[in-house]
Design a protein around this ligand. Structure first.
Ligand SMILES: NC(=O)c1ccc[n+]([C@@H]2O[C@H](COP(=O)([O-])OP(=O)(O)OC[C@H]3O[C@@H](n4cnc5c(N)ncnc54)[C@H](OP(=O)(O)O)[C@@H]3O)[C@@H](O)[C@H]2O)c1
Length: 392
């Protein structure tokens, strides 16, 4: 995790492109297993009534493999469309049952021509032209277009309760800082892509899902994973923020299952996809992560925003200092999604699965070393904690 998450969020976007990087009201009664789809929806283990032919634009990085695992379990058939560069690091075996189409959203859509699908899920649509091209190509050959957007469309996050009908910014303003520009560019890109989908497919055939920060096995960013790994190590741990500073995050498998269920039920519309189920503060989150481990941890809570700002500790996700443009970043309303089936894996299950995956052969030693490496919060915490104690 980088101390300046705004930058690393941007970095993730670039990495995503180049690395190629229903109603569980009673909670999850099953034990989760790393990489397995979560049986969160009633009847998860059953086949869907009507098997769908699903095309995933993307599908091989973080969200895609979980969508595929869940969809296959429900009896659907899957085609993916990628450059063939990104090698899945989770759910590897499911790809034996996937039709893998090769092309490039920049300039080669041949593999998509003359084919029909019930649903297209656009995970890789991170450029306006890519979405324009895909919509034009698929609108007569695909019934429903599902676009993976982001709560980033709400930047600047000025509201207390950001609902789906909040008007997104559609153009990056002038005269802003570089950090603000990273955030605006991402939100503006996602918001314009949503409009492109709606215009092409119409509102009855478009499904837009806006996840907040996703976490879980296979996460290519070193964001959320910091907390399970740091807390598993134990010792004196710096925790930024006030006790009730809001945090939001979501297990990637919950997003995957939610999306497939929306597709099955052809639930057109726009949905925020954020957890946990009820408002949670930073301290409750930290204790929740710790509950998954036996480590001896001594948390040093630092609620002083000025002090944290001085040390450039602004946004170790899921905590983002809730001030200014980031005031509402973890205040996204989830009632529409929950009413339509979004369900949540218990935090302790997600955390255990992340820890198991992180310490498996699917993560390289080099990647592991980076998480707590030179520009991580871990490396500066001893000095920062010492200064904090001296100040007090
Ligand atoms: N991670 C988060 O916390 C978060 C939060 C909110 C929203 N999102 C959004 O969630 C979406 C899902 O991301 P993901 O990476 O997990 O999706 P994914 O579908 O698992 O992987 C991304 C795919 O894009 C493909 N791709 C990249 N460049 C391509 C190109 N030029 N032509 C064709 N395919 C290309 C990659 O394969 P190749 O490299 O082989 O081409 C890869 O399969 C993204 O739109 C992201 O913005 C993420």
């Amino acid at each position: 995790m980088k101390k300046n998450q705004n930058k690393s969020r941007r970095k993730f976007l670039q990495t995503g492109l180049t690395l190629g990087a229903l109603m569980p009201m009673l909670g999850n009664p099953f034990q989760s297993k790393a990489g397995k789809p979560q049986p969160n929806f009633s009847g998860d283990e059953e086949k869907a009534l009507h098997p769908l032919k699903i095309l995933i634009l993307g599908g091989t990085s973080f969200l895609g493999p979980q969508q595929i695992a869940y969809a296959l379990q429900r009896g659907h058939s899957i085609s993916t469309f990628t450059r063939g560069k990104t090698i899945p690091a989770v759910q590897k075996t499911v790809f034996d049952d996937v039709e893998q189409l090769i092309g490039d959203r920049n300039n080669n859509h041949d593999a998509l021509r003359g084919r029909k699908w019930d649903v297209a899920i656009d995970n890789s649509g991170n450029r306006l032209q890519w979405v324009k091209d895909a919509v034009a190509l698929l609108k007569d050959n695909v019934d429903v277009y599902m676009y993976t957007s982001s709560t980033g469309v709400y930047y600047p996050y000025l509201g207390n309760d950001l609902k789906e009908n909040t008007k997104p910014v559609l153009k990056t303003p002038e005269g802003i800082t570089q950090v603000q520009k990273y955030e605006y560019d991402y939100g503006v890109m996602k918001a314009n892509n949503e409009i492109e989908v709606m215009n092409g497919f119409g509102k009855d055939r478009s499904i837009i899902v806006r996840p907040t920060y996703m976490m879980g096995p296979g996460d290519q960013t070193d964001r959320f994973t910091y907390w399970p790994e740091r807390i598993a190590m134990g010792g004196e741990i710096l925790v930024p923020g006030k006790a009730d500073d809001p945090v939001q995050y979501i297990d990637v498998r919950d997003v995957a299952a939610f999306m497939i269920r929306l597709a099955e039920n052809k639930k057109a519309g726009t949905y925020n996809a954020a957890g946990p189920a009820s408002a949670t503060g930073m301290h409750a989150f930290i204790y929740g992560v710790h509950a998954a481990f036996n480590s001896k941890a001594n948390f040093v809570m630092i609620p002083d925003y000025d002090f944290l700002t001085k040390h450039n500790i602004l946004d170790p996700v899921p905590w983002i200092m809730p001030v200014g443009d980031n005031y509402g970043s973890a205040r996204v309303n989830i009632s529409h999604a929950v009413a339509n089936g979004l369900a949540f894996t218990p935090l302790a299950d997600s955390v255990r699965d992340i820890h198991q995956w992180w310490n498996s052969e699917n993560v390289s030693d080099e990647k592991r070393a980076k998480l707590l490496g030179h520009d991580s919060l871990y490396k500066s915490e001893i000095a920062v904690i010492a200064e904090w104690k001296a100040k007090k």
